[in-house]
Write a protein that binds this ligand. Sequence first.
Ligand code: FE2
Ligand code: FE2
Length: 203
Amino acid sequence: MHSLDVTTTPWVSVGDLLPSSLDWVNAVLSDFDAFLIDHANCERKASSMLMSFVAKYPDRTEIIPELIETAIEELEHFQKVYALMESRGLQLPHKIPQDMYMQALHGLCRHGRDERFLDRLLVSGVVEVRGVERFKTLSEHLDDEKLKAYYDKLWRAEATHGSLFVEMARKYFPDEVVLDRLKWWIGQEGDVLLSTPIHAKLH
Ligand SMILES: [Fe+2]
Ligand SMILES: [Fe+2]
């Protein structure tokens, strides 16, 4: 773990992250409806987050088309999870509970304009890889054939998102700077994950 180097492609993938615990899998399986609602919110938030990059960094024109394209992709994921929710008679909540995992990670982003831009890109990349790891793990443990196929398809669809953010960072920062900070974020993500209570949520 954390043995990334510039010769590895992609720079970050599922194997670089701390594996999810069986306790997490069991928590999700024991309240799948709650998980589904949280998952839907995460897809919607992922789409908004991509669009917030467009709003906050309009001068980073090289990455804007890809940000928009990925925001649409995440919105389509939201549409699918919402349809799944509907088929189970579930509704989105009025108030979204705080996401302690995301809050902790965002709290670690630095404040200088360039530093913050790099951190926001890399933390987004690592969080995407965590999503892939969790969807993949779930697909391996679900019994319901329809849900299993759904999560199997989803992790494959999400599989490039982590490196997408890393590649965006590489357009604006030297490789060594990106790699050093990426390794740091991978370590931090593992620590934050371990300190987040286990519940029927994506994080
Ligand atoms: Fe997604
Ligand atoms: Fe994604």
